[in-house]
Design a protein around this ligand. Structure first.
Ligand SMILES: NC(=O)c1ccc[n+]([C@@H]2O[C@H](COP(=O)([O-])OP(=O)(O)OC[C@H]3O[C@@H](n4cnc5c(N)ncnc54)[C@H](OP(=O)(O)O)[C@@H]3O)[C@@H](O)[C@H]2O)c1
Length: 267
C-alpha cells in the first residue's frame, strides 16, 4: 500500500508525552511526518527530539491534566492547529488494598485517567466530526477486561476508558462519520508506571507475563490504530490476545483469584 503523505501543517497531540509510552508515540508520529504537541506536567524532555526531527514542529506544553481547568486551556490552545490525531495517554494507578490505599491519590487518578480523558475526548471528537477527519486514540489497558483485587480503582478506571471509547466509536460508525475513537489496550510495559503506582522511587519491575518493548508496542499499536476502519479497540501481541480470551471464557472466580495472587505479590 502507498505510504500516506502527511501535510506539513498537520499536528498530533500526545498527553503524557514526557516519557514511557507517550514519548515513544511522539517519536513514531514524528517518523510518520506529523508535527507534535506533547503535554505533561514537565514536558521538557521533548527537546531531545528536536535534533533528530529538526524539520518538524515539536511543541511542549506543561500542564497537570488532573486539574480540570488545564484541560480547558489545552482545548482552547489546540484551536490554533490543524490536529488530526489526539492521543489520551497520560495516566497512572494506585496499587494496594482498597481499605488502605490513599483516597487523595485515587481521586487525583480519577481526575486524570477518567475526567481529563473524557473531556478531551469529547472536545476533540466534536472538532473531528465537524471536519470529518481525525482520530482520538485512548490508551486503555488489558486492565479494562477484569476487576482487580489489590489494584481496584486503576483497573476500574481503564474499564471506563474502554467502555466510553467503544461506545463513542460505534456511534461514529453508525452515523457515517470518518472521525474515530480507537482504544488501545497495552499489557504490561517496562516504564515508570509501576514506580508511581506503587509509591516507590526505584520499584523493581515484576511480571510473570512476557513484556513487549515499549517502543515496539508504540509502533505496532499506533500503526493499527491509524489503519483500522471497523475495529473499536486494539490488542497487540500474542500474550495479550490470549489473556483477553481467558478473561472472556474462564469462570470469573478463577480470573479474580489469579489476578489477586498476581497483584498482591507485586510490591
Ligand atoms: N506501563 C504499563 O505497564 C501500562 C500498561 C497498560 C496501560 N498503561 C497506560 O499507558 C499510559 C502511559 O503510561 P506509561 O507506562 O508510559 O507511564 P509513565 O512512564 O509513568 O508515563 C506517564 C506519562 O504521563 C504523564 N503524566 C502523569 N501525570 C500527569 C498529569 N497529572 N498531567 C499530565 N501528564 C501527566 C507523565 O509525565 P509527568 O510526570 O511529567 O507529568 C508521563 O509523561 C497510562 O495511561 C497507563 O495507564 C501502562
Amino acid at each position: 500500500m502507498a505510504k500516506k503523505i502527511i501535510s506539513k501543517d498537520k499536528y498530533a497531540v500526545v498527553t503524557g508525552a514526557s516519557k514511557g509510552l507517550g514519548f515513544e508515540y511522539c517519536k513514531e508520529l514524528l517518523k510518520l511526518g506529523y508535527n507534535i504537541i506533547g503535554i505533561a506536567r514537565d514536558a521538557s524532555s521533548l527537546e531531545s527530539l528536536k535534533e533528530q526531527f529538526g524539520d518538524k514542529d515539536i511543541i511542549a506544553w506543561n500542564y497537570d491534566l488532573s486539574v480540570f481547568e488545564n484541560n480547558k486551556i489545552v482545548i482552547d490552545k489546540c484551536k490554533d492547529f490543524d490536529i488530526e490525531i489526539f492521543i489520551n495517554n497520560a495516566g497512572y494507578g494506585v496499587w494496594g488494598y482498597f481499605s488502605q490505599s490513599d483516597v487523595e491519590q485515587e481521586m487525583n487518578m480519577i481526575d486524570l485517567n477518567i475526567k481529563s480523558l473524557h473531556f478531551l475526548t469529547k472536545e476533540m471528537i466534536k472538532k473531528f466530526v465537524k471536519q470529518n477527519y481525525g482520530r482520538v486514540i485512548n490508551v486503555g489497558s488489558m486492565a479494562a477486561f477484569t476487576p482487580a483485587p489489590v489494584f481496584a480503582s486503576y483497573y476500574a478506571s481503564k474499564a471506563y476508558v474502554f467502555s466510553l471509547g467503544v461506545a463513542i466509536n460505534t456511534e461514529l460508525k453508525k452515523t457515517k462519520s470518518k472521525a474515530r475513537v480507537i482504544t488501545v489496550c497495552p499489557g504490561p510495559l517496562k516504564t515508570d508506571f509501576w514506580n508511581r503506582s506503587s509509591n516507590q522511587k526505584e520499584a523493581k519491575y515484576k511480571s510473570t507475563i512476557k513484556v513487549m518493548k515499549t517502543s515496539t508496542y508504540a509502533r505496532r499499536s499506533l500503526k493499527a490504530a491509524l489503519k483500522v476502519k471497523k475495529k473499536n479497540f486494539i490488542i497487540t501481541g500474542f500474550s495479550n490476545k490470549l489473556v483477553k480470551k481467558i478473561t472472556k471464557w474462564a469462570p470469573m472466580g478463577m480470573v479474580l483469584n489469579s489476578v489477586y495472587n498476581y497483584q498482591r505479590k507485586r510490591k
